[in-house]
Design a protein around this ligand. Structure first.
Ligand code: NAD
Ligand code: AHE
Ligand code: ZN
Ligand code: ZN
Length: 369
C-alpha cells in the first residue's frame, strides 16, 4: 500500500513529505493507521546526526496513537479496529529482561530495532524502489506503520488520539521516572532540570505522589508559569544565580534534594543534578539523552557519600501493561495532558514543530493526520 510520511533523508535537513510504499504485516505484526503523533526532543536529537543509532533515510517519530487496520498471521492480542499506542520499548513478557521483573527494557527485538529494521531484518518502507529505514520500532511520522504485536499497547476507544499520543513517550517517561524509577515518596524534596515536554511531566508526577518541594531549573524563564501550574514550588534560572548553582540548590532544599531529575540531555547539567542531591541518600535520575561521545563525570566521593546515579528509559514503564493505565489516569482527570500540547499541525507543517522546539516556544507539538 501507499503511505504519506515525513522522511529524514539526511542528518540536519528538514523532513520531506513524500508517498512511500509500505509492505503489509507479516507473522506477529499489525498494520496501524497513525492518527496523531507528538514531536519529542529525541526525534530532533536523531535528526541532528548526534545519535549513534541515527541512520538515514528513515521515518522518525515515536510518540503516536492510532487504530489497527490489519493483523498478520498469529496475532492474538489485537484485532482490527483496536485503538492503540505503538511502543518503542516493547513488552514481550517472555525474554530474560521481561521475566526478571527488574527492568522494563525488553530486549526481544532491540537489535533489529536499533538498525532501523523489522524483527525479520527487513524494512517495509520504500521510496522510489529503495528501502527507507524504520526508527525506534515505531516511525510515527508515517500515516501507516507496521509494528510487532509485542510493541503495541491497546487503549480504550474513547481516548482522543491527539492527546494520548503524548503518552507514547513524554507523559510516560516523566511520570514513570518519578513513580517507577525513583519511587518518590510523599513529602520528598525534588529538583527537576529542564522544564520541557519531559520535565513538566516529571513535575506533575511529583505532585501526584505528594512531593513537598518541587524545584524547577531552566535557562528559559518562559517555562516558569506552566511549571508552576503543574506543581513546581520554586523556580531557579541558573543565569540569575550568583555564585555556585549546586550550593544554591542545596541551600534551597535544606541540605540537598531527595531526588533530582535531568531532563536536558546536557552532561554538565547531569553533574549538577547529582551533586545537588542530599548526602547519604539523594538519588539523581538521568532521563535526558546525551550526544554520541559525551560522558558524565563527578568525584567518586559523591557516590561514596551516598548519592545515587540512576537512568530511566520510558519511565521504567512496561508499555502493554502500564500505558493503558496512564490513558485511564488522563481520562479520569488525574493527569493533565491538554495544557502541555501547545501546538498542533498537519503533517505538511511538521518542520515547524521542530523549529518551535528549537526556539523554546513549544512544550509539545502534535501532528494530526
Ligand atoms: P525539550 O526541548 O522540550 O526541553 C528541554 C528543556 O531543557 C528546555 O526547557 C530547555 O530550556 C531546558 N534546558 C536546556 N539547557 C538547560 C540547562 N543548561 N539548564 C537547565 N535547563 C536547560 O525536550 P524534551 O522533549 O523535554 O526532552 C528532554 C530530554 O529528554 C531530551 O534529551 C530527550 O532526548 C530526552 N528523553 C529521554 C527519554 C527517556 O526515555 N530517557 C524519553 C524522552 C525524552
Ligand atoms: N540511540 C540513542 C539512545 C537514545 C535513548 O536513550 N533512547 C531512550 C528513549 S528516548 C525517547 O525519547 C531509550 O529508551 N533508551 C533505551 C534503549 O534501549 O534505547 C543513543 O544515544 O544511542
Ligand atoms: Zn521521546
Ligand atoms: Zn521482553
Amino acid at each position: 500500500m501507499k503511505t504519506r510520511a515525513a522522511v529524514a533523508f539526511a542528518a540536519n535537513k528538514p523532513l520531506e513529505i513524500v508517498e512511500l510504499d509500505l509492505d503489509g504485516p507479516r507473522e506477529g505484526e499489525v498494520l496501524i493507521e497513525v492518527k496523531a503523533t507528538g514531536i519529542c526532543h529525541t526525534d530532533a536529537y536523531t535528526l541532528s546526526g548526534a545519535d549513534p543509532e541515527g541512520l538515514f533515510p528513515a521515518v522518525l517519530g515515536h510518540e503516536g496513537a492510532g487504530v489497527v487496520v490489519d493483523c498478520g498471521p498469529g496475532v492474538s492480542s489485537l484485532r482490527k479496529g483496536d485503538h492503540v499506542i505503538p511502543l518503542y520499548t516493547p513488552e514481550c513478557r517472555e525474554c530474560e529482561y521481561c521475566l526478571s521483573r527488574k527492568t522494563n527494557l525488553c530486549q526481544k527485538i532491540r537489535t533489529t530495532q536499533g538498525r532501523g529494521l523489522m524483527p525479520d531484518g527487513s524494512s517495509r518502507f520504500r521510496f522510489e524502489g529503495k528501502p527507507v529505514l524504520h526508527y525506534m520500532g515505531t516511525s510515527t511520522f508515517s500515516n501507516y506503520i507496521v509494528v510487532p504485536e509485542i510493541a503495541v499497547a491497546k487503549i480504550r476507544p474513547d481516548a482522543p488520539f491527539d492527546k494520548v499520543c503524548y503518552i507514547g513517550c513524554g507523559v510516560t517517561t516523566g511520570i514513570g521516572a518519578v513513580i517507577w524509577t525513583a519511587k518518590v515518596e510523599a513529602g520528598a524534596r525534588a529538583v527537576v532540570f529542564g522544564l520541557g515536554g519531559i520535565g513538566l511531566n516529571v513535575i506533575q508526577g511529583l505532585r501526584l505522589v505528594g512531593a513537598e518541594q518541587i524545584v524547577g531549573v531552566d535557562v528559559n524563564p518562559s517555562k516558569k508559569d506552566l511549571a508552576t501550574k503543574f506543581g513546581m514550588t520554586h523556580f531557579v534560572n541558573p543565569k540569575e544565580v550568583e555564585g555556585d548553582l549546586v550550593a544554591h540548590l542545596v541551600e534551597l532544599t535544606k541540605g540537598g534534594a531527595d531526588y533530582s531529575f535531568d531532563c536536558t540531555g546536557n552532561v554538565n547539567v547531569m553533574r549538577q543534578a547529582l551533586e545537588c542531591c542530599h548526602k547519604g541518600w539523594g538519588q539523581s535520575i538521568i532521563i535526558g539523552v546525551a550526544p554520541a561521545g559525551a560522558e558524565i563525570a563527578t568525584r567518586p566521593f559523591q557516590l561514596v557519600t551516598g548519592r545515587v546515579w540512576k537512568g530511566s528509559a520510558f519511565g521504567g514503564a512496561r508499555g502493554r501493561t502500564d500505558v493503558p493505565r496512564i490513558v485511564d489516569w488522563y481520562m479520569d482527570g488525574k493527569i493533565n495532558i491538554d495544557d502541555l500540547i501547545t501546538h498542533t499541525m498537519p503533517l505538511e507543517r511538521i518542520n515547524e514543530g521542530f523549529d518551535l522546539m528549537h526556539e523554546g516556544k513549544s512544550i509539545r507539538s502534535v501532528v494530526i493526520y
